[in-house]
Design a protein around this ligand. Structure first.
Ligand SMILES: CSC[C@H]1O[C@H](OP(=O)(O)O)[C@H](O)[C@@H]1O
Length: 348
């Protein structure tokens, strides 16, 4: 997407092809800092500590991590060890395991000396495919947005989104944001209510950063404000990304998504989930079976941002014990439809 005026992907190979460049999303929006990862260990740290995040993005980063491991040692033991290390970095997004399994399966039958090049090629293909998948999600979502806007052509289409399912969470376009970008570029007046998304504020920091760079009108809101806006008729649709959709259609996404779905249902606001096939997990029966990542309580207890001098500072908002589940599960019954690269799958 557009970054500093230039079309930009959120991940790319290093100039020498031996590593991968990612944006350190912990520094956004205050600093655009590209980081070179040159080992599987570095990729694991970047995923675990959320230098880079978002289901498709952590899958792509891990795929390159596996390729870098094979460049050091192409043997079966090294392949298995790197896969095991990377797949454990974050438990919830299914894209991580999908990407690692895909690369492993692409190289397993090759001689050790040929595996690194093939792994890098598969990782490159995962990135190119993700960009195409997200673009297709955008196209199908655009058609949906046209229909929604036709109901109120006299005013902007008001969309609420939660967390960051944008181009920073994918290779390009995003999932939930792809229809927003394509609608904006097509001249449909869109306004986005951006949930700040405590505790890491991916909405206030990352989604708002993306929308500013692309010129999309938006308003950051407290996570708890969405229900009132829906009750007041100020939300035409909710669209979110996901980290895993199970066989029965349950949706695992950033903590707080479920509460938005409840408010949407109570106010007859359509609730859409945007996802590529790489986030669908038919092997998991229901949302109850998804491992929910629990992150450090410090993420709840602290806030980070620029102080009056512009220096990035961290303050504590509580000294009490805190609990930090990073995801929740929205039951399929609360989902209006799934926006995929093959079309919009409406729940009947
Ligand atoms: C398009 S996947 C985005 C998805 O991933 C985010 O989680 P995290 O920031 O912890 O990686 C969030 O659940 C987004 O909806």
């Amino acid at each position: 997407m557009i970054l500093e005026g230039q079309p930009t992907r959120s991940i790319r190979r290093t100039a020498d092809g031996a590593g991968v460049c990612i944006l350190d999303q912990r520094q956004l929006p205050w600093e655009v800092r590209w980081v070179e990862l040159r080992s599987a260990d570095a990729a694991a740290v970047a995923i675990r500590e959320m230098w880079t995040r978002g289901a498709p993005m952590i899958g792509a980063t891990a795929a390159y991590g596996l390729a870098m491991a094979l460049a050091e040692d192409g043997g079966d033991a090294a392949l298995a060890a790197a896969h095991a290390m990377l797949v454990e970095t974050r438990p919830t997004a299914i894209n991580l395991r999908w990407a690692l399994d895909t690369v492993r399966d692409a190289v397993a039958a090759l001689p050790p000396a040929a595996r690194a090049e093939a792994a890098f090629a598969r990782a490159d293909a995962i990135c190119d495919e993700d960009a195409a998948l997200c673009r297709a999600i955008g196209e199908h979502g655009l058609a949906l947005f046209r229909d929604l806007h036709a109901r109120h052509p006299d005013r902007p289409l008001n969309i609420l989104t939660h967390c960051n399912a944008g181009w920073l969470a994918t290779v390009d376009y995003g999932t939930a944001t792809a229809p927003i970008y394509l609608a904006h570029d097509a001249g449909i007046p869109v306004h986005v209510w951006v949930d700040e998304t405590r505790p890491r504020n991916q909405g206030a920091l990352l989604t708002a950063f993306e929308l500013r760079n692309h010129g999309v009108p938006h308003t950051v809101i407290a996570d708890n404000a969405g229900g009132l806006l829906m009750m007041q008729g100020r939300v035409d649709a909710v669209i979110v990304g996901t980290d895993r959709v199970t066989a029965n259609g349950d949706v695992c996404n950033k903590i707080g998504t479920y509460l938005k779905a409840l408010a949407a249902r109570d106010n007859d606001v359509p609730f859409y989930v945007a996802l590529p096939y790489t986030t669908f997990d038919p092997a998991t029966a229901t949302g109850a079976d998804i491992p929910i990542e629990e992150r450090s309580a410090e993420e709840v207890a602290r806030l980070t941002g620029p102080d009056e001098t512009g220096r990035i500072a961290t303050i504590r908002v509580t000294d009490s014990p805190a609990l930090n589940p990073a995801f929740d599960v929205t039951p399929a019954r609360l989902v209006t439809g799934y926006i995929t690269e093959r079309g919009v799958l409406a729940r009947v």
